[in-house]
Design a protein around this ligand. Structure first.
Ligand code: PLP
Length: 457
């Protein structure tokens, strides 16, 4: 049974020919989806002309909104100049050099080199391969296990999804691969015990990580990957002292740290990097999304000198660094990313984020007076709002109520794009949102909440 769309309408053809990712395939056949046709600033318009304020910047990524002409023009100029050239066999192109240099300058800790790919997943996949490569190079081939976190998200290649702590993405795909382990989700509001402070909770998280490492055998544990703020896990900000305590454990057992800055990188938390916001000192750093404001698919992996020296040694031994993708370091994507970074600087976008973010954070915090909202929390322009059936006892809605999905739908009807992650509503608007845009966002969200509550109560 499929939805009753006019034959040959874009919705009918969509259902006939496409598979949508991270979507209930059967449900989609019944209802179809929302097909966006154009964008203007922080708004998008669907194929029927309905306007939406985009509070997710697409997938946490369209940092400069949906109509930045400079990026379109730079892509066009680069296509005329050199539309494609690869990075294999001692070849390259100029925009990739410009971009790599800029990224090393921007890095939160000294980084040595940059490897490009086309997506966050591939950047993390490359980091995973380099964790293994590095330990082989330094003569510790038994050090191979990699630790991610429950509800962490690092992408969807076989390795990146193995690292992700997202059980629904593992089911029946025959992942995770055997080298991966997952430690706690540091979601203080949801999992703290009565009377436990954030600091005490963070100590418990770090102790649990240490116990996991000891159970596995420290000599077998190679690396820990973490997002400074967990994105697809629900826009979960780390509890106070969390990163400091986690890093102390990793140092104690000589475990590499890889910061997944795919969402946090380039201003999301109010600094260039989430690493700066939380004092994280990684050995490798992956980034994507806002790197090109998502006008082109591109990601980067920054590696420190220690990792680079190991790569150099392996390359001498094997004869080449035998890794790469056809479209990696694509000149058009690199040119767009270079221009994006210029725009951030010229318009002082990260200062702008720090200036306007209180409007969003306080506006969402104010929804804690709503009967459905238990907690609202975030940093910079990322936040998560936790729905609760009974906030006094922190009792969630029953899964069958699908409260989060209902709020997301009601917001969409009200003209606001948000994302429900279970019963947590995530917000990551374009970084260019003004105070007025953010006020409108909070007002529309309340409208969505009211409409959902009217059905649920
Ligand atoms: N890492 C994080 C933190 C992400 O949020 C995502 C995507 O949302 C990825 C990695 C994967 O990036 P991509 O979808 O570009 O492969």
């Amino acid at each position: 049974m499929t939805a009753a769309f006019a034959p040959n309408s874009v919705h009918a053809r969509d259902i006939a020919f496409l598979v949508h990712h991270q979507t209930d395939i059967a449900g989609y056949r019944e209802t179809g989806g929302t097909l966006m046709a154009r964008g203007e600033g922080v708004y998008v318009y669907d194929e029927a002309g309905k306007k939406y304020l985009e509070a997710m910047a697409g997938l946490w990524c369209a940092s400069l909104g949906f109509s930045e002409r400079r990026l379109a023009e730079v892509a066009y100029r680069q296509m005329l100049e050199l539309p494609y050239y690869h990075h294999f066999f001692a070849k390259g192109n100029i925009p990739s050099v410009d971009l790599a240099e800029r990224l090393v300058q921007l890095a939160p800790v000294p980084m040595s080199k940059v490897l490009f790919s086309c997506s966050g997943s591939e950047a993390n996949d490359a980091a995973i391969k380099l964790v293994w490569y590095y330990h082989n190079a330094i003569g510790k081939p038994q050090k191979k296990k990699i630790i991610g976190r429950v509800r962490g998200y690092h992408g969807n290649t076989v390795a990146a999804v193995s690292l992700s702590g997202q059980p629904q993405m593992h089911s029946d795909f025959d992942v995770p691969l055997p080298q991966f382990r997952h430690t706690d989700n540091p979601h203080y509001y949801r999992f703290h015990e009565d009377g436990e402070t954030e600091e005490q909770f963070a100590t418990r998280m770090a102790n649990n990580l240490e116990q996991l490492i000891l159970r596995e055998g420290p000599d077998t544990v190679a690396a820990f990957f973490g997002e400074p703020v967990q994105g697809a896990g629900g826009a979960i900000t780390p509890p106070a002292t969390y990163w400091e305590k986690i890093q102390a454990v990793l140092r104690k057992y000589d475990i590499l740290l890889i910061a997944d800055e795919v969402i946090c990188g380039f201003g999301r938390t109010g600094n260039v990097w989430g690493c700066q916001t939380y004092g994280i000192e990684p050995d490798m750093l992956s980034c994507a999304k806002a790197l090109s404001a998502s006008y082109q698919p591109i990601s980067a992996l920054l590696v420190n000198e220690k990792i680079y020296q190991a790569m150099l040694g392996e390359s001498k031994k094997i004869g080449s660094f035998a890794h790469g993708f056809t479209y990696a370091a694509h000149p058009v994507a690199c040119a767009v990313a270079v221009e994006t970074l210029k725009i951030y600087e010229e318009r002082d976008i990260f200062t702008h984020v720090r200036r306007v973010s209180p409007v969003m954070q306080e506006g969402l915090k104010a929804t804690e007076d709503h009967p459905m909202v238990g907690n609202a929390r975030g940093v910079g322009l990322i936040a998560g709002v936790e729905l609760m059936a009974d906030k006094r006892t922190r009792t969630p809605f029953p899964a069958e109520a699908k409260a989060g999905a209902l709020v997301e739908r009601k917001c969409l009807e009200a003209g606001l794009v948000v994302r429900a992650i279970g019963d947590r509503i995530a917000f990551t608007p374009p970084l260019i949102m003004t105070e007025e845009n953010l006020q409108e966002m909070c007002a529309l969200f309340r409208k969505g909440l009211d409409a959902a509550w009217a059905e649920l109560k």
